[in-house]
Design a protein around this ligand. Structure first.
Ligand code: TYM
Length: 331
């Protein structure tokens, strides 16, 4: 008998262009996983609206992420690729989970606290964001969730909710584990290496977009903040340099040790130049494929429709079980 493959689940918000943080921390791992696991990759449009979105932009960004998934090698014959709002069971399970989520725990989520600080008005959706994320994962009984370090707390909440439900009713949900890159699970801003690289950074020199032109990539890396020590080492005391080494290692597949050894004598300038070259070499072909996929509206539609159908089928199986255990009458 063949052993059942583990299930991998991840999602990316269509909330603007993706940065190399998104790529290194999550997206770059997706294609390889589809070879050995049953994978589901979602464009989480319902999460994106927890901050205000312009409808036309949201539509564009959703298709952009989908095309980028394909450009990065995701294959609809190997993985289920779909859009979150096409599967109503996410919100349905999300509601159930909300009824066993403590407000205290949600209030302690650092991502919520950061975003709330920046918002004039705090809406309930922002607070409940992690509950919907838990529903995404638990609906498909995912074993592994490839995400960046900033999602650790959300995965822990997901496990807590699964355990609470299993304990209150009976074993229902798999407890998922986070899968994170050894190097690059937290890529930092190029201008302020103490804060995470993010597309919401007002300083655009702080981040590199996956779709940035080669010249822009080179310019931004050249301007990246380092330090005045002038010594290539990999240490928390040199956060700018450490971040560049993480980026270089992720894009070149060289080890951190090899990079440090090679650039000890070559210095910061050479390290920056070669880092930029490695990033451009990986991103250029992705950008080319992105343009092709993005123009093929019919293909994108076919993929998200078929993906949505497969996802709904799986999601419904879990949701029906959940509703039955709670005591809802089948309609
Ligand atoms: P989002 O769209 O904000 O980020 C997508 C992925 O990119 C990772 N990431 C980073 N990794 C390393 N360094 C960075 N600077 C960096 N910035 C972002 C994020 O950790 C994430 O893996 N809540 C999720 C979306 C989501 C989801 C899910 C993920 C919704 N439901 C279910 C997994 C499973 C998020 O923040 O996406």
């Amino acid at each position: 008998m063949t052993e059942k493959k583990k299930i991998v689940y991840s999602g990316i918000q269509p909330s603007g262009s993706l940065t190399i943080g998104n790529y290194i921390g999550a997206l770059s791992n997706f294609a390889e996983l589809q070879e050995n696991y049953d994978c589901l990759y979602c464009v989480v449009d319902q999460h994106a609206i927890t901050v205000e979105q312009e409808p036309a932009k949201l539509r564009k960004n959703t298709l952009d992420v989908l095309a980028l998934y394909l450009a990065c090698g995701l294959d609809p014959d190997k993985a289920i690729i779909y859009i979150q709002s096409h599967v109503p069971q996410h919100v349905q399970l999300g509601w159930v989970l909300n009824t066993i989520t403590s407000l205290g725990q949600l209030n302690r989520m650092t991502q919520y606290k950061d975003k709330a600080k920046k918002s004039k008005e705090i809406y309930a959706g922002l607070l409940n964001y992690p509950v919907l994320m838990a529903a995404d994962i638990l609906l498909y009984q995912a074993d592994l969730v490839p995400v960046g370090e900033d999602q650790r707390q959300h995965i822990e909440l997901t496990r807590d909710l699964a355990e609470r439900f299993n304990h209150r009713y009976s074993p229902t949900f798999v407890l998922p584990e986070m899968l994170s890159s050894k190097v690059g699970a937290r890529i930092m801003s190029l201008q302020d290496p103490t804060s995470k690289m993010s597309k919401s950074d007002p300083d655009e020199n702080g981040y590199i977009l996956v779709l940035d032109e080669p010249d822009a990539i080179r310019r931004k890396i050249k301007r990246a903040v380092t330090d005045s020590l002038g010594q290539v080492t990999y240490s928390e005391d040199q956060p700018g340099l450490k971040n560049l080494i993480d980026i270089y290692a992720s894009f070149s597949k060289k080890s951190v040790e090899d990079i440090v050894r090679d650039y000890e004598s070559l210095g910061y300038g050479a390290l920056k130049e070669d880092t930029a070259q490695a990033v451009v070499e990986v991103l250029e072909p992705i950008q080319g494929r992105f343009k092709e996929f993005r123009q093929d509206k019919a293909l994108l539609e076919k993929i998200y429709k078929e993906g949505g159908e497969k996802a709904r089928y799986l999601a419904n199986k879990t949701l029906r079980k959940v509703h039955k255990k709670i005591g809802f009458i089948e309609g």
